[in-house]
Design a protein around this ligand. Sequence first.
Ligand code: CA
Length: 225
Amino acid sequence: MRILVVEDEPKMAGLLQRGLGEGGAVVDVTDRGEDALWMAGSSQYDVLLLDVMLPGIDGFETCRRLREAGVWTPVLMLTARGEVEDRVAGLDGGADDYLTKPFAFQELEARLRAVARRDTGERPAVLEVGDLRLDPAERRAWRGGVEVVLTQTEMSLLEAFMRRPGRALSRLELLEAGWGLTFEDRSNVVAVYVGYLRNKVDRPFGHEDIETVRGVGYRLRTPAL
Ligand code: CA
């Protein structure tokens, strides 16, 4: 595992480098967020360990800029004890997890393994297609700024559509997205739920964006099409 540690306190930085190195990781250390930006952008790390309080740009800003630049390396944020708002800001800024100082080294290693296992594909905090918005973390959706209340299943289906805008999704793909692979009764549940979704995000707003693709399934029309 290759880890970039961004920590300005020399003692803590040294401890992390030694401890993680002894655990078999390859560890680079920098004390500035600005350096982390180009290091993580030009080199492949499995995980970034990012302290919140840094000289120059702080950990949140570093994380935000990384995500803006399309760098989706998993980030574990280190916060000071009890900084609850920091936790929220960290997760909003695209961090994958956070750990409060002081921490047990074993817990740090367990968290690092957990975030490093996550898919590092693009995971935008909020999905947007035309005037549809969906926040997967908050499980909330909006059409043209108006919040639309969706059930879990409807939310999962809309998310599947919004992750592949313009692409036809088969009924099987939508079944997996909405109900998981274990769902047995495939009769017409997808059609029923796509109908629910249309009644919530399309019809009330005068849209017909969720299209039926004959012989395949359904597609969310993109504004450009
Ligand atoms: Ca610090």
